[in-house]
Design a protein around this ligand. Structure first.
Ligand code: ADP
Ligand code: ASP
Ligand code: MG
Length: 821
């Protein structure tokens, strides 16, 4: 015997009914089958809405006829394809059911009340009609059928709208029916009968439970639950676009998953089949070939896929949760109070989803579903009247609009790093939690969050727990030399990094004129053409609005501009959830208040602010200095050649090349800014020196750096670059004299930035002798000599190319990678 249950999603139109009948037919070749059906999709919801409408609006809504028409349409279409289908009988049956329904609704309208047994009757009409239609289809295909009436045979107890079946009594009833072996058995799901032989229902989604009960009563070897997904996933596919399909899970895990909200299965479904060890498969009517998920006892020999290797099976959620806070005014009665409250709740059948107690033990919190809130408050206020009046307990408080998110897996708390993964996902996404508990079964960990943060929270946790791949979403601003090279480097490295489980998505490329955007990743093959023809421009506010509904794992704004307009937005970027990687020095050289504000914001929002390329391009300057200072070292004195272009130009003077030609050459090689005055003014070096000085702890402003410009001041008023380049010739003599003077003393000229032990900072041309670590520095190299508590008298020297698009882009690239750590 095999039980097949088809949910509403598998019965939503005539084709689906016929498809289900073919699945049934196929199975009859091997087994005797019993079929449990739900109402066609959405019918139960409609029926519930109608009752509410009648009570609230005192009228029978017109759309009741639309519901009748859904059934008429189903049978019309079936009849068209299956001429033997006993159309007339079913048509009359549907008509009768709706005539009866309208009569009952009329009485409800008069009485203004709907007793629970009537309510159960109305909302179960869909199941009755599904079975009648399916029976007619099977009969038209010449199968013999027997319908089991669940009201007479599934004896159940408890709430009329959420009954629990007495399996042993129901088994006796069903076995006494002596159904012929050749017959296909049909039973409406969701419905049972109480000891008064009244119709009751098993709770929303209860047909799964009906099927599992029937499997036990008929001593079935297998149960199959057919739905609209390929099986049980690690998360509801409506929330996560890429969950893993679970091939096999244990009964306990399935029970925990459904209890904590995996609506693919009704929570009561598993218990009966677990007791009688009946294996259950979840299968997809839209994808019959897919093997589905097997729920059974654990079998370690079975092939398991990646997600199953880690015992964690899924993440579920329950919405509309409320947290109640009961607090005692004294310390000594808390234990009794807890006991009393728990027993009140149990007696009144209030479902406590989770419970936490504070360490001081003077208060405890528990979560229930919102639909039970008013009842719970009423009962508690009533039964705790004495304690409340005597001020032994504080007024009962509650927090609404919460979601309970649970991570499910056997012995979950033994899973390595599970708590750190949960906290990392939460903190990275700034999600506040109201409570965190481990389930008493050891198979779950739950967190309570605000409902509006649920999706972010689930997505963040799902990625952290189930994916080895780390994802970085890049929003690049600036497509000049560095930005362009960076994109080329990213493109080259994509495959290699994918092998190392790092995935890049270039979500935005923008410059001052245009913007390209694609949250699934921009194709880097044609970005330049596409950017040039794009109609969009970068607007951060619009970006934030668009991102409201898009979950990003690790978004990074990469600023490859030198624009203050962009650097002035860093606080907004950070507080909107972005990390920042920047080669733009404008933020770090803005006033000290802003400098601090960026760091504080990054700290508060748990985001990275990385700017390694601000000094020495690709050289690891900032990181090394930070490490040094973190380990207790102190900067005493610093000297450095901090400009690649000036290193090149002053190096060329040694080769007897005059000043203007050296500058031409540097510009041609891309070592200078487009306007070389930006380098020759000394301001850029001063900026770098300021960044280093601030890093070392000096609270300086840019105007406190003493700058000896290489150019006389009249160069500032030259309107264009071309004239500037020509004017440079006038300086050749001056520089050649300076150079010769130094040479006589066996010295060379270098443009040096210095941080004195007093904190005074200077940039100026210096004559340098052979013993100086900066003597050899030319050809665009940078050198930074740190004289510190640990490194003296011989300084720590960092040396290497400190300019050029390749090294700068590589430095930006490695900062992007560091956002993952
Ligand atoms: P049926 O009408 O077949 O009973 P349901 O809507 O009750 O269908 O259940 C199937 C739905 O359950 C799926 O469409 C899916 O959106 C939802 N679901 C929630 N959690 C999960 C999960 N972990 N795995 C698979 N489906 C899930
Ligand atoms: N039709 C019922 C419901 O929608 C039962 C079920 O589908 O399992 O809740
Ligand atoms: Mg269902």
């Amino acid at each position: 015997m095999k039980i097949l249950k088809f949910g509403g999603t598998s019965l939503k139109n005539a084709n689906k009914f016929l498809q289900v009948s073919s699945i049934i037919e196929k199975n009859t070749k091997k087994y005797q089958v019993a079929i449990v059906l739900s109402a066609p999709a959405t019918i139960t919801n409609y029926l519930i809405n109608i009752i509410q409408h009648v009570i609230e609006k005192n009228e029978i809504p017109k759309y009741i006829d639309d519901i009748q028409n859904i059934f008429f349409k189903i049978i019309d279409d079936i009849f068209y394809q299956q001429p033997n289908f006993s159309y007339k009988n079913i048509h009359n049956l549907i008509k009768d059911q709706f005539v009866q329904l309208k009569k009952i609704l009329h009485s409800i309208q008069i009485l203004q009340i709907c007793p629970k047994n009537i309510y159960a009757f109305i909302i179960s009409r869909g199941e009755i009609l599904s079975i009648a239609i399916m029976q007619a289809i099977l009969q038209s295909k010449k199968y013999n059928t027997t319908i089991i009436n669940p009201v007479d045979n599934l004896l159940s107890n408890g709430e009329i709208l959420d009954s629990v079946v007495d399996i042993s009594k129901s088994s006796l009833n069903i076995q006494s029916l002596q159904i012929p072996l050749k017959n296909i058995i049909l039973m409406p799901g969701f419905i049972a009968g109480n000891h008064k032989k009244e119709l009751v229902v098993l709770g929303r989604n209860g047909s799964d439970y009906s099927a599992s009960v029937l499997a036990v009563c008929l001593n079935a070897k297998k149960l199959e639950i057919w739905t609209d997904v390929d099986g049980i996933y690690t998360c509801d596919p409506r929330i996560i676009s890429n969950p893993f399909l679970l091939q096999k899970i244990s009964y306990e895990e399935a029970m925990e998953l459904s209890y904590f909200g995996a609506t693919v299965l009704h929570p009561k479904t598993i218990f009966p089949i677990m007791k009688y060890k009946i294996p259950c498969k979840i299968k997809n009517t839209n994808n019959i070939k897919e093997p589905g998920t097997l729920i059974s006892t654990v079998d370690d020999n079975i092939h398991i896929n990646l997600s199953q290797q880690r015992n964690i099976k899924g993440i579920t959620y329950l919405d509309y949760a409320v947290m109640l806070i009961i607090s005692s005014t004294t310390m000594d009665n808390t234990e009794l109070l807890t006991k009393k409250v728990l027993s009140i709740l149990a007696r009144n059948k209030i479902w406590i989803i989770l419970l936490t107690q504070s360490s001081s033990q003077s208060n405890f919190n528990f979560c229930i579903l919102e639909k039970q809130l008013s009842k719970t408050i009423y009962i508690l206020k009533n039964e705790l009247k004495l304690e409340l009046n005597n001020h032994e307990i504080n007024p009962i408080k509650f927090k609404k609009k919460l979601s309970i998110i649970s991570i499910i897996g056997k012995d979950i708390h033994f899973q390595s790093n599970i708590f750190s993964k949960i906290f990392s996902a939460l903190s990275k996404n700034n999600i506040n939690i109201h409570a965190l508990t481990k389930g008493s079964s050891n198979n779950s960990i739950s967190v309570v969050v605000n409902q509006n943060q649920k999706e972010y929270c689930i997505q963040a946790m799902h990625t952290t727990i189930f994916y080895d791949t780390k994802i970085i979403e890049i929003f690049l601003i600036g497509t000049g030399g560095v930005g362009k090279v960076l994109l080329a480097q990213l493109k080259d490295q994509i495959n290699l990094l994918t092998k190392k489980n790092i995935q890049f998505k270039i979500c935005m490329i923008a410059n001052s004129k245009k913007m390209l955007q694609n949250f699934n990743g921009i194709n880097l093959n044609h970005w330049e053409e596409n950017l040039n023809t794009s109609k969009f421009t970068f607007n951060f506010q619009e970006l934030i609005t668009q991102l409201k509904h898009t979950y990003l794992h690790n978004p990074v704004i990469v600023d490859c501009t030198s624009s203050k307009l962009i650097s002035d937005q860093y606080i907004t970027f950070l507080s909107s959830g972005f990390n920042i990687v920047t080669s733009n020095k404008k933020a770090n050289t803005n006033n000290y208040h802003y400098y601090q504000q960026i760091r504080n914001t990054a700290l508060i929002y748990g985001k990275k602010f990385l700017y390694e390329t601000n000094v020495g391009a690709g050289l690891p300057v900032i990181e090394n200095l930070k490490n040094l200072l973190n380990t207790g070292d102190k900067l005493l004195h610093f000297r450095g050649i901090l400009s690649g272009s000036l290193s090149f130009i002053f190096g060329e003077l040694n080769e007897n090349i005059n000043f203007s030609n050296a500058t031409y050459k540097a510009r041609k090689l891309g070592f200078t800014e487009p306007d070389p005055r930006d380098d020759l003014s000394g301001l850029d070096v001063a900026r770098k020196l300021l960044i280093l000085a601030r890093e070392a702890g000096y609270q300086l402003e840019l105007n406190e750096i003493e700058i000896e410009s290489i150019l006389p001041s009249y160069f500032n008023s030259i309107p264009d670059i071309q004239t500037t380049m020509l004017e440079l010739k006038k300086l050749d003599n001056i520089f050649s004299k300076k150079f010769q003077q130094a040479k006589k003393l066996n010295k060379v000229l270098r443009y040096v930035g210095t941080i004195h032990s007093s904190g005074k900072c200077q940039v100026k041309i210096e004559e340098i002798d052979k013993n100086d670590p900066l003597y050899e520095i030319k050809n665009g190299e940078n050198a930074l000599a740190f004289y510190s508590k640990y490194y003296q008298p011989i300084p720590l020297v960092l040396r290497g190319y400190g300019a050029g698009n390749n090294v700068t882009a590589a430095g930006v690239f490695s900062d992007i990678l560091r956002t993952l750590s």
